[in-house]
Write a protein that binds this ligand. Structure first.
Ligand code: NAD
Length: 306
């Protein structure tokens, strides 16, 4: 049975890639892994299994299907096709590349044409659900691509990582869907930050506010899963960096601009997230409340304003 399984290559073992690649190894796939951070590769091979590659071309040679889970489309392009060492140098005709990163849709379409010239089919399959759902294999997956047979080949692989695999349409459509989803996710958290700090200044307890919001019409996935857990606890440890969220909101704003669309809320949100991530490099997205705390001169504390 295992011999019938396509050989998998995996590039990017970060917060999401590590647990996702782990599921593939546990499902019995032969997975060859690589990350810029060689220590994480060693840890993966030791803790999970799989095979360590030293070059991207080697990952390519060992892949019937290669998956990228790196920060953005620029990194995917570099991994796939740029420089002296890249995936495509090792990929055979007929190989699939599945970009599961949250990349910009226009870049995905361009990369698809570049890879197609080398006989390689690209599809986009970004995900939503964060580290918990990456760990238990219940991610929402947004699958875009132009080659029906290739999409069918990819689906059983994606189903190991996803609770649901949605077909979104042509190449790049998964990435367009993903950045728009994250626009909504970012605005949910941004508005919650603002509401909590305004309420706290007036004397409301942000912890009680969160309980009320979560039983009321203002709730969203951020209020339910992040306010108590990561914001009010001040652990700021959801496992999704502010830099990546800022990138996603900028991608959504770029999608609106590219189509000459009026989208003022998105434009302002993009500025706010870029400002926060520039001023707080390395922080989790749930630490974005600090933008409001710094501007208003006090910290949110369960029980009231600090
Ligand atoms: P991360 O920063 O934790 O991990 C990215 C990994 O890619 C790192 O280990 C890094 O060393 C590696 N990398 C970067 N450039 C590379 C290159 N050129 N070659 C090889 N490896 C390279 O990021 P993450 O949180 O795992 O997110 C990965 C992607 O998934 C991003 O596009 C992100 O927007 C998206 N995403 C993240 C979450 C989340 O909750 N963290 C949820 C959904 C989608």
């Amino acid at each position: 049975m295992a011999n019938d399984m396509p050989k998998m290559g995996w590039v990017g073992l970060g917060n999401m890639g590590y647990p996702m690649a782990k599921l593939m190894v546990e499902a019995g796939y032969e997975v060859t892994v690589l990350d810029l951070d060689r220590a994480v590769v060693d840890r993966f091979v030791q803790e999970v299994g799989g095979k360590r590659a030293d070059t991207l071309a080697e990952v390519g040679r060992e892949s019937d299907v290669a998956i990228t889970m790196v920060p953005d489309g620029k990194a995917v392009h570099a991994v796939a096709i740029e420089g002296g060492d890249n995936l495509s140098a090792g990929l055979a005709d007929g190989t699939l590349v599945i970009d599961m990163s949250s990349s910009a849709p226009t870049g995905t379409v361009e990369l698809g044409a570049e890879l197609s010239a080398k006989g390689v089919t690209l599809m986009d399959a970004p995900v939503s659900g964060g580290v918990p759902r990456a760990t238990d294999g219940t991610l929402a997956i947004m699958l875009g691509g132009d080659d029906e047979a290739a999409l069918t080949r990819a689906t059983p692989i994606l189903e190991i990582m996803g609770g649901t695999v949605f077909r979104t349409g042509r190449l790049g459509s998964g990435h367009a869907m993903k950045c728009l989803n994250n626009y909504l996710s970012a605005i949910g958290l941004t508005a919650a930050n603002e509401a909590l700090i305004i309420g706290a200044k007036f004397g409301l307890d942000p912890s009680v506010m969160t309980d009320i919001i979560n039983q009321s019409t203002g709730r969203n996935s951020n209020t339910e899963r992040k306010l108590h857990q990561c914001v009010l606890s001040r652990t700021f440890d959801a496992g999704f960096s502010a830099a990546l969220m800022a990138k996603d909101v900028r991608t959504a704003a770029g999608l609106a601009d590219d189509q000459d669309m009026y989208a003022p809320v998105l434009a302002q949100l993009s500025e706010l997230w870029t400002k926060f991530s520039d001023e707080h490099p390395g922080e989790d997205h749930t630490a974005s409340v600090k933008l409001w705390e710094e501007a208003n001169g006090f910290e949110l504390k369960a029980g009231g304003a600090g």
